[in-house]
Design a protein around this ligand. Structure first.
Ligand code: CAA
Length: 256
């Protein structure tokens, strides 16, 4: 069975759907490896300009597969080298949009936080309940959550396993947009289509500078921003876009 189904709902847009519905899309090693392969493939695919990742209406993903973890120790966890799976998503230069309905828990919430934009249906539930299993997040669940929602809300969620609704997650800054139940994918496709119509090099630089800038001091981040902003003046798409504005026509961009 294919654990990650790839679809292409619009030109330049890829949609990846996690496909273990019987276990709320729990992330087992096979699914993680398929996800890595898909991200590697789509990162290299020059026709793709935006990637959506989603689950189903009950769950985006309920986290790591607990049944596959109960008997394993630290050595096996290290040998699984899950980091290379996450790295494929983290290093993806294309914009990534997570479309969430239902549960995004543990590794599922961490997966959502790997995305650049998170669209949540009203039914979405976010949480890092690892503490209840005697463990803790290991793929950014402490670090990305604190950056998204701040120390005090992150500590509460991480230490108690308490979850957030879509509306709470939006108020806290974890989610980009909340839409009606089961409308997250439709909204994500709309956003992805709009991003795919933008000059791809500008989109890629915005993503890279924003993420890199979060890790360094403000002066360095501003220098990165300036350099990237100036560099974009060398692109063909900058001329196409500006001439399009001046001549009142709708330009299409080549990505060069
Ligand atoms: N791993 C394995 N199986 C899971 C699972 C998971 N994370 N989450 C759900 N399932 C399975 C259930 O065992 C159940 O299987 P059976 O039908 O064979 O009993 C099936 O999915 C449906 O689950 P529920 O009956 O519990 O469905 P629900 O709608 O009542 O509840 C839920 C859904 C709230 C997500 C609940 O299943 C749940 O709490 N799941 C565990 C969430 C969790 O603790 N995630 C963190 C995992 S650790 C982690 O992610 C960190 C890491 O990377 C190491």
């Amino acid at each position: 069975m294919t654990l990650v189904i790839a679809d292409y709902p619009r030109e330049h847009v890829a949609l990846l759907r996690l496909n273990r519905p019987d276990v709320r899309n729990a992330l087992n090693p096979e699914l993680r490896a398929e996800l890595r392969d898909e991200f590697d493939r789509l990162s290299d695919d020059k026709t793709i300009r935006a990637i959506i990742i989603t689950g189903n209406s009950k769950a985006f993903a309920a986290g790591a597969d607990i049944k596959g973890m109960v008997d394993i120790g630290a050595g096996e966890m290290m040998a699984r080298d899950d980091e290379r799976n996450w790295a494929a998503i983290r290093n993806c230069r294309k914009p990534v949009i997570a479309a969430i309905d239902g549960y995004a828990l543990g590794g599922g919430c961490e997966l959502a936080m790997h995305a650049d934009i998170i669209v949540a249906g009203e039914s979405a539930i976010f949480g890092q309940p690892e503490v209840r299993l005697g463990i803790m997040p290991g793929a950014g669940g402490t670090q990305r959550l604190v950056r998204a929602v701040g120390k005090h809300r992150a500590m509460l969620m991480l230490m108690t396993g308490e979850t957030m609704t879509a509306a709470e997650a939006f108020d806290a800054g974890l989610v980009s947009k909340v839409v009606e139940r089961d409308r997250a994918v439709a909204e994500a496709i709309k956003i992805a289509t709009s991003i795919a119509a933008m000059p791809p090099l500008a989109v890629a630089e915005i993503k890279q500078v924003l993420l890199a800038g979060m890790e360094v001091n403000l002066d360095t981040a501003l220098m990165l921003e300036r350099r990237a902003a100036y560099l974009l003046f060398e692109t063909e798409d900058k001329r196409t876009a500006m001439e399009g504005f001046i001549n009142k026509n709708k330009p299409t961009f080549s990505g060069s």
